[in-house]
Design a protein around this ligand. Structure first.
Ligand SMILES: *[C@@H]1O[C@H](CO)[C@@H](O)[C@H](O)[C@H]1NC(C)=O
Ligand SMILES: *[C@@H]1O[C@H](CO)[C@@H](O)[C@H](O)[C@H]1NC(C)=O
Ligand SMILES: *[C@@H]1O[C@H](CO)[C@@H](O)[C@H](O)[C@H]1NC(C)=O
Ligand SMILES: *[C@@H]1O[C@H](CO)[C@@H](O)[C@H](O)[C@H]1NC(C)=O
Length: 391
């Protein structure tokens, strides 16, 4: 999968200690300079997206209804903001400077609120920026990206006939069938417990099975009564099926072809931004995207660095652009999926962990499309696939 988690943590700690003591010295010793950072995170803890037919709890039992950031989720994002502040204390200004950073979010309440909570940790006002001594917080713009616009942050995009065809093929493929086979009986049982038609649940790309798992997961975090059938064992198995659902959307079968129609679009936007930052000396140092687990899944499977686990709440993928001693630009990728452990370094298959920008661009060429709409129409053909949904 390309992580060098353990090897990296101690090295990173060493570098960050050095960084605290000798920021400028460090730069010249290592002969490299951080030029640009791009951050993509999943929103924090939230209420369920929907209920299954026999659910014990309905929407009115959640303080703000479905799909909303909770106080736990706010705290998770606040913590991530504090982490980013520390990690980049020698890179971005302590005070918020609007030309240094741009924050974009998908159009859901939970991602917008996540970005706001994150910014509370990243840029608490100090000195001159304090506008009310009783509120150590300052307003910072979070730009909402409509679904139709670039960069594509919401996945999967189902308005692509070719992608839908690939999904149908995935469901029928030997690769997928081999993975789902051990769960067939279990899925029938879940159908009877949850009130879904077993023929509905079998299609992992319609998000129904996912939402059974997700709803129970949210309810357990928030101490709601669970149905008696939802034992630890059942929930663990459901979680495995959720991972399989995510994998089936962007991986397992014809991963690269699906990546061209999904996560590749985000890779393209990221690459363009990093390339632009490498070319010109710009004031902007950081670009932040507030998004979903499916965004991280689409991105990581497109880059072939996915770890076959559901990205946890507030999980964060970081791209760092460096200028090396010899003038060459390199990209390093990190994945922070844990609040205590250091982020894992991700390595693009075929490259070194500090991957030269040009090599990175070359390696991802197969998943970049020129004309997405046109490619989506090729070998088109409708089909009944679930509607777009994010967790
Ligand atoms: C939700 O559950 C409560 C309590 O069981 C009930 O009073 C209410 O009518 C339900 N609302 C919906 C929309 O089902
Ligand atoms: C759920 O219950 C546990 C154990 O009592 C407690 O530690 C936790 O804070 C509760 N969670 C919420 C969201 O209230
Ligand atoms: C870079 O990111 C911005 C903001 O997300 C986006 O609008 C743009 O299309 C991307 N590409 C370039 C070349 O800047
Ligand atoms: C975090 O990512 C690493 C590397 O992919 C993986 O080994 C670990 O299990 C992940 N942890 C969580 C909580 O997802």
């Amino acid at each position: 999968m390309g992580e060098t988690c353990l090897a990296r943590s101690s090295k990173y700690l060493y570098f960050s200690l050095l960084g605290l003591i000798f920021p400028f010295f460090l730069q010249s010793v290592l002969g490299r300079e951080l030029k640009f950072v791009l951050v993509i995170y999943r929103h924090g803890d939230r209420s369920p997206i929907e209920v299954y037919p026999t659910s014990l709890h309905n929407e009115s039992e959640w303080p703000q209804g479905f799909g909303q950031l909770t106080k736990i989720g706010m705290q998770q994002q606040y913590e991530l903001g504090q982490y980013l502040k520390k990690r980049y204390s020698n890179f971005i200004s302590t005070a918020y400077k609007r030309e240094e950073i741009l924050i974009q979010s998908t159009e859901t309440d939970r991602t917008i609120m996540s970005a706001q909570a994150n910014l509370a940790g990243l840029f608490p006002p100090s000195g001159d920026q304090i506008w009310n001594p009783k509120i150590i917080w300052q307003p910072i713009p979070v730009h909402v990206v409509p679904k139709a616009d670039n960069p594509k942050l919401r996945f999967p995009m189902f308005n692509c006939p070719r992608y839908k065809k690939l999904l149908r093929e995935t469901m029928r493929s030997n690769e997928f069938q081999a993975k789902i086979q051990p769960y067939k009986e279990f899925m029938k049982t879940i159908a009877s417990y949850s009130g879904y038609d077993p023929r509905t649940l079998i299609y992992l790309d319609n998000f129904k099975m996912w939402h059974v798992q997700d709803t129970l997961f949210c309810e357990s975090i928030h101490n709601y009564t669970l149905p008696v059938w939802a034992t630890q064992d059942v929930r663990a198995k459901l979680a495995e099926l959720t991972v399989l659902s995510l994998s089936s959307l962007f991986g397992i079968y014809k991963r690269e072809e699906k990546a061209r129609l999904q996560g590749g679009l985000l890779v393209k936007a990221i690459l363009e931004n990093l390339s632009r930052a490498a070319k010109n000396s710009e004031k902007r140092k950081m670009l932040v995207y507030s998004a979903h687990d499916t965004t991280l899944g689409a991105l990581q499977m497109a880059l072939n660095v996915y770890n076959e686990r559901l990205p946890p709440y507030a999980a964060c993928q970081i791209f760092e652009l460096y200028q090396e001693n010899n003038g060459e630009h390199t990209i390093e990728m990190y994945f922070r999926n844990h609040t205590v452990k250091d982020p894992c370094q991700l390595t693009l298959p075929g490259c070194s962990s500090a991957c030269p920008l040009s090599k990175f661009a070359e390696l991802v060429t197969p998943i970049l499309v020129e004309d997405w709409a046109n490619e989506c129409r090729q070998m088109g053909g409708g089909g009944k696939i679930g509607k777009c949904s994010q967790a």
